[in-house]
Design a protein around this ligand. Structure first.
Ligand code: 5GP
Length: 180
């Protein structure tokens, strides 16, 4: 098998976005951030686990004073209902009054991002920007602006560059799409 096809658990994935293209998209986002947020003292919030690789590459390309913190969406079941609640955990910074840049790996329907935005509103962030490496425009249902988008992709399931399939596949530096 050549290295353009990988197997993760029971599925095959084919190489679809090379690291060079990913790196260029990240550089373009960084260039804009360097220009637009230089004097805003922004706090970058990386959403674990998927965004760890994107966050690291992006953060290295920023050249003004800024901070990064890592948060996670935790699911838990409420005691009085069976509904699953997703809450952002891991804040060790004061969000109130800050310019916050959310760093996400991928926006699909946009529901996860909606939940994060809601939490940041409650925490009274002064301004919230979104930087996502990938976007599936055909699936996106959000009514908010996506400020910094790296690469738009079709509705295929992908792995690599931090993204997983059942916890595996995050380690590849290129992005692979599922072979149906
Ligand atoms: P949304 O709430 O926007 O529908 O979904 C966002 C989350 O779903 C992402 O943070 C990511 O964890 C997961 N996701 C969406 N599409 C993909 C995909 O193609 N591959 C992987 N590995 N995760 C995805």
């Amino acid at each position: 098998m050549n290295d353009s096809v990988i197997k993760v658990h029971d599925k095959y994935f084919k190489k679809s976005i090379l690291f060079e293209e990913i790196d260029k998209a990240i550089q373009d986002i960084a260039d804009r951030l360097n220009e637009e947020l230089e004097y805003k003292n922004p706090l970058f919030l990386s959403v674990l686990n998927g965004a760890f690789m994107f966050s690291s590459e992006l953060f290295k390309k920023l050249n003004f004073p800024c901070e990064i913190s890592f948060v996670k969406l935790a699911s838990y079941s409420g005691t009085s209902s069976t509904e699953t609640v997703r809450q952002l955990i891991g804040f060790d910074e004061d969000i109130k009054g800050r310019t916050v840049v959310i760093i996400e790996d991928i926006v699909d329907t946009g529901l996860t991002m909606e939940r994060i935005l809601e939490q940041l509103r409650i925490m009274k962030a002064a301004d919230v920007k979104i930087a996502t490496l990938l976007l599936k425009p055909e699936a996106f249902k959000g009514s908010y602006a996506l400020d910094y988008v790296g690469i738009e992709i079709p509705n295929d399931f992908i792995v690599g560059f931090g993204l997983d399939y059942n916890k595996r596949g995050r380690n590849y530096k290129d992005i692979y799409k599922v072979v149906e």
